[in-house]
Design a protein around this ligand. Structure first.
Ligand code: FAD
Length: 491
């Protein structure tokens, strides 16, 4: 092993996604010599993409753009109620090819800007599949098969994950995943989505909104890990909008036939059912990409259950090897989490900072047709941690002003605030279903981080007329059994 000053880099990052790039850029800004290895193994369907990782290429960004496309389709119909003259409104429909090209063009521009940004910050980008040769040496296999070998004082693992396929006949040959949907050249048509986590529901939501016949196959529960009352409201709303749900079912066989993709599944009674779809999308979870890394050459330990890395303050069991992002065991798989942890780590490594990542109270949003944003504990988690007698649930249904004229159904616009019952009544969870839920919850996340209490929430003056103000108008407790149905608009 070379002496420290002879290492080629102060930091080598494996994975040029949200976490890896944030750490690399921060380190370079602090004067470190940095290189990033990034390599995208094509999906089984052959889909590949550029620098930037999951969020930019096959995650948050294309998902939000397609969600927006679906919301705009809805808005066209609402516009007519507001007086817009739209000739032949019945013929309004999506041009999938145009949407997909527009989304991909945006992504390519982000890939380009990302490369330029790395160059400007003097971060070396190496387009190669990296792996450990020893604890301080990384080999990277490039597209032409040649190997690029570098040495580093510190190494950051930020390789993220990829979608899983079920182990059933025909799944890989005939199914796609979120890696493929955003660049599909043909319209997806009648689509089966297997899995009801947030990725499954979001894909189902925008596909249904774009006009495609969409079914979600649910093995056990909707949105595992989220507040289950809120999750079920989201599913009810989607069902009302036309998404079909098949509950307690597991696919058994996927087969290409002349008229489409034949799917056999086992229903809740153990009976085999079948139907034919144009597209079958698996959203059954993601696998961590640690297998290719040859971690054993560096002595880094993985959790066998999920192939993830358990790192205290992002430090693995090998002191100069770190990990951030989706690769971390039992940490939220979200872009801002990866970015924040990556930046803080580089500041600790290269700027004598001692600030560590706080993984609690991370806000998130499910971009379902009616969005669901939340921060803090679910009702179930609060019950488990504090006991039912020690928590208060305030809740309300409400009517967004913009729903009135187009007479949109508001029966699923619902929110709840979870608080402790002691003197301070600390707010420990906030949940909001409605338009722009992410925008609504973001500011409240800061309030919760600042130890928001229920009396402070109630003493806050609202912005009228907004949906966010409903979170500070809330006063009915579940315990009271009073009707939480909407109050009048301005009282
Ligand atoms: P990634 O961004 O996955 O980056 C890892 C990179 O490393 C990839 O480019 C990969 O190809 C590369 N790589 C892997 N192995 C190697 C190797 N051996 N050598 C070199 N390179 C390698 N999060 C949100 O916060 N909000 C959302 O709305 C949201 N929506 C999502 C929607 C979908 C459909 C999906 C799939 C994810 C979504 N996420 C969302 C999650 C978010 O994308 C991830 O949490 C985030 O990208 C994780 O960042 P990361 O740096 O850990 O890994």
């Amino acid at each position: 092993m070379p002496p420290i000053e002879q290492y080629m880099y102060d930091l080598v990052v494996l994975g040029g996604g949200s976490g890896g790039l944030a750490a690399a850029k921060q380190a370079a800004e602090l004067g470190a010599r940095v290189a990033v290895f990034d390599y995208v193994t094509p999906s089984p369907k052959g889909t590949k993409w550029g620098l930037g990782g999951t969020c930019v290429n096959v995650g948050c960004i294309p998902k939000k753009l397609m969600h927006q496309a679906a919301l705009l389709g809805e808005a066209v119909h609402e516009a007519a109620a507001f007086g817009w003259v739209i000739p032949d409104i019945k013929s309004v429909q999506i041009n999938w090819e145009a949407l997909s090209v527009a989304v991909q063009n945006h992504i390519k521009s982000v890939n380009w800007v990302t490369r330029v940004d790395l160059k400007n910050k003097k971060v070396e980008y190496i387009n190669a599949l990296g792996y450990f040769k020893d604890p301080h040496t990384i080999g990277g296999i490039m597209k032409n098969g040649e190997e690029n070998v570098v040495t580093a004082k510190n190494i950051l693992i930020a390789v993220g994950g990829r979608p899983k396929y079920p182990d059933i006949p025909g799944a890989i040959e005939n199914g796609i995943t979120s890696d493929d949907i955003f660049s599909l050249s043909q319209p997806p048509g009648k689509t089966l989505i297997v899995g009801a986590g947030y990725i499954g529901l979001e894909c189902a939501g925008f596909l249904n909104g774009l006009g495609y016949n969409t079914t979600v196959m649910v093995r056990s529960i909707i949105l595992r890990g989220f507040d289950q009352q809120m999750a079920n409201i989201i599913a009810e709303e989607m069902e009302q909008r036309g998404v079909h749900f098949i509950y307690q079912a597991k696919p058994k066989l996927i087969k290409k036939e002349a008229d489409g993709i034949l799917v056999h599944w086992v229903d809740k009674l153990g009976q085999v059912q079948k139907d034919v779809y144009d597209t079958v999308l698996f959203a059954i979870g993601r696998r961590a990409l640690t297998k290719d890394l040859k971690l054993e050459n560096a002595g880094v330990i993985c959790i066998p259950d999920d192939d993830k890395i358990d790192a205290v303050d992002e430090q693995t069991n090998v002191p100069h090897i770190y990990a951030v992002g989706d690769i971390l065991h039992k940490k939220p798989e979200l872009t801002p989490v990866a970015i924040h942890a990556g930046k803080l780590l580089s500041k600790r490594l290269f700027a004598n900072s001692s600030e560590t990542m706080d993984y609690t109270n991370i806000a998130t949003t499910v971009f379902s047709p009616l969005e669901y944003g939340c921060v803090g504990l679910s009702e179930e988690q609060a019950n488990i941690i504090y006991g039912e007698d020690n928590i208060e649930i305030y809740h309300a249904y409400y009517k967004p002003t913009e729903f009135f004229i187009p007479q949109k159904d508001n029966s699923h616009c619902y929110l709840k605030v979870v608080t402790l019952r002691n003197n301070d009544q600390k707010v420990i969870g906030m949940h909001f279903i409605g338009p722009n839920a992410g925008e609504v919850i973001q500011g409240f996340a800061t309030a919760i981080k600042s130890n928001l209490t229920f009396p402070i929430l109630k003493s806050t003056v609202g912005i009228h007329p907004t949906s966010a103000e409903e979170l500070i108008r809330v006063f009915i407790t579940k315990r009271s059994k009073m009707d939480p149905k909407p109050q009048s608009c301005c009282s």
